[in-house]
Design a protein around this ligand. Structure first.
Ligand SMILES: *Cc1c(COP(=O)(O)O)cnc(C)c1O
Length: 366
């Protein structure tokens, strides 16, 4: 998958102060999420005259940025989230990276930014993971979280699409996102805030969507909830997704329901993979609207057995309790009993970690 030296626009400049192995191992023993960074980064520049140029894999360091850089004022920024996994055979694996490259292009188009060619994106991911492969942990749950992002770096204060961009990738060793993924987490239903509106930026992975979700998240935390589920902006009735994860409902007739991708929901790669895995296991998967009222009713009647959220960072997380101002309700014995979520999680991570045969061609070696 990675390009040959001749066609790659990246030069490789290994750091002259790599983290010593014993220190790295100590850092990786308890990495947390998003704080244990690897030694290198990728930086590629874009200008109208030169196109994508000056691509480097180099020591991780601060980005020099003019204070007028338009990202700091008008938020032209997009990102991706993906992971590298270590297989039992000690191979380093990526999961459907070309899907991230394609979605990054889509996000760029939504935000009127110059899209980076998908082959440059993939080459850069491969080269960073390769040089920092010692930061990919072994064991059951850890991985190297990869964060490609792009910012408008042109120094000007006019409101228009920038003509200069920086594309960069950083990476960090991560453990599990939630403490115990098999236990259900309580989630808060946001009634006062929405995440995305029709015609807005909901299908782009842009920082602005996250900034706009933080008041709702703070409200959720204040009510003892780990995450927020957002309703549609117009009727405030239909479940859309969490701040950074898609959502599935498991019914008692071997059917899974997930909200349809109608312009306000992020096209999750985990979501897409779960739909394929579940269908191959004999589940019916319906991409159809599901309302909060229905959710409450089905949880109470027993028609709904489980609900879970999914995304690259947290994989599959069961929802134990749903809280809002109209009264809380529990799902599947407060999330203690999630056989379907557990079955799907096992299948997914066995593929991602190279512990199972991959009939889909999803796994790419670095
Ligand atoms: C990243 C993200 C997801 C999950 O996408 P994956 O490709 O599965 O990681 C879901 N919703 C939102 C809003 C996201 O930003």
């Amino acid at each position: 998958m990675s390009q040959t030296k001749e066609t790659s626009i990246l030069t490789i400049e290994p750091t002259d102060h790599p983290t010593p192995a014993d220190k790295r191992k100590a850092m990786m023993a308890n990495p947390g999420f998003g704080t244990t960074f690897s030694d290198h980064m990728v930086v590629i520049h874009y200008s109208e005259e030169k196109g994508w140029h000056n691509g480097r894999v180099m020591a991780r360091q601060p980005l020099p940025l003019d204070p007028a850089a338009s990202v700091l004022h008008y938020a032209q920024e997009i990102f991706e989230g993906m992971k590298a996994y270590r297989s039992p055979e000690n191979e380093i694996l990526l999961f459907r990276p070309e899907e991230n490259a394609r979605r990054f292009r889509h996000s760029a188009e939504v935000m009127a930014m110059e899209p980076i060619p998908e082959e440059i994106f993939l080459d850069a991911v491969h080269k960073l993971v390769d040089i920092d492969r010692d930061w990919v942990p072994d064991g059951e749950v850890g991985s190297l979280y990869i964060r490609p992002f792009q910012i408008a770096s042109q120094p000007f204060l006019g409101v228009k699409p920038a003509k200069e961009y920086i594309f960069a990738i950083i990476a960090c060793t991560v453990g599990s996102y939630f403490k115990d993924a098999t236990k259900g987490v309580p989630i808060w239903v946001s009634e006062n805030h929405v995440r995305a509106v029709p015609g807005g930026t909901g299908t782009a992975k842009c920082g602005g969507n996250y900034a706009a979700s933080l008041t709702a998240q703070a409200e959720g935390y204040a009510h003892g909830c780990a995450q927020v589920v957002f309703l549609d902006a117009i009727e405030r009735r239909w479940i859309e997704e969490l701040g950074g994860m898609n959502v599935f409902f498991v019914m008692n007739d071997k059917t899974l329901i997930t909200p349809p991708l109608k312009g306000t929901i992020l096209h999750g790669i985990t979501r897409k993979s779960i739909i394929a895995l579940a269908r191959d296991k004999g589940y019916t998967v319906l991409e159809q609207p599901y309302s909060l009222d229905q959710w409450r009713e089905d949880a109470k009647s027993g028609k709904l057995l489980e609900a879970f959220a999914c995304g690259t960072a947290a994989v599959i997380t069961s929802i134990g309790k749903v809280c809002d101002t109209h009264g809380d309700f529990e799902i599947g014995e407060n999330g203690a009993n999630n056989p379907v979520a557990n079955e799907l999680r096992e299948s997914l991570i066995n593929l991602q970690y190279g512990r199972a045969e991959d009939p889909y061609g999803w796994v790419k070696r670095v």
